[in-house]
Design a protein. Structure first.
Length: 134
């Protein structure tokens, strides 16, 4: 099964500009594994790479992430999301903390979390799979 790969290079730090991303190509993905992790049609999913260290040890620099863009509502605790924060792309955990406020969480304890207005975040999709080259 072929999945779209986008050259987003989503930051696991302060964010990367996502206004001018380009489709990089396609990658083969095992259809059996895909059926086990999502019911979203493959043509809706996309793969991107993370960049940086703020999500260590969960994600490492250069890890591939499979993003489900049909999941854009912050209704699940302890999930990782592909987001646009102030227009910059990033991969972070999100936690609602008060009406209209969201905690943007880095897994790396050396990085600070921050509370932002919910209007400043656009959820691109939920990260549903992580791949690492060895």
């Amino acid at each position: 099964m072929k999945l779209r790969v986008f050259d987003l290079n989503l930051s696991m730090g302060d964010g990367t500009d996502i206004d001018d991303y380009a489709e990089e190509g396609v990658m083969d993905f095992d259809p059996g594994i895909l059926r086990r992790i999502t019911r979203t049609p493959a043509e809706r999913l996309f793969v991107a790479r993370g960049s940086g260290d703020s999500m260590l040890p969960t994600l490492m620099n250069g890890d591939m992430v499979l993003i489900d863009p049909l999941q854009t509502r912050l209704n699940l605790d302890d999930r990782i999301w592909a987001i646009s924060l102030y227009g910059a792309g990033a991969i972070k955990r999100l936690q609602p903390v008060a009406p209209g406020k969201v905690d943007v969480i880095s897994d790396n304890p050396a990085r600070e979390n921050r509370v932002v207005d919910a209007d400043d975040i656009r959820i691109l999709g939920r990260v549903i799979w992580i791949g690492r080259e060895v």
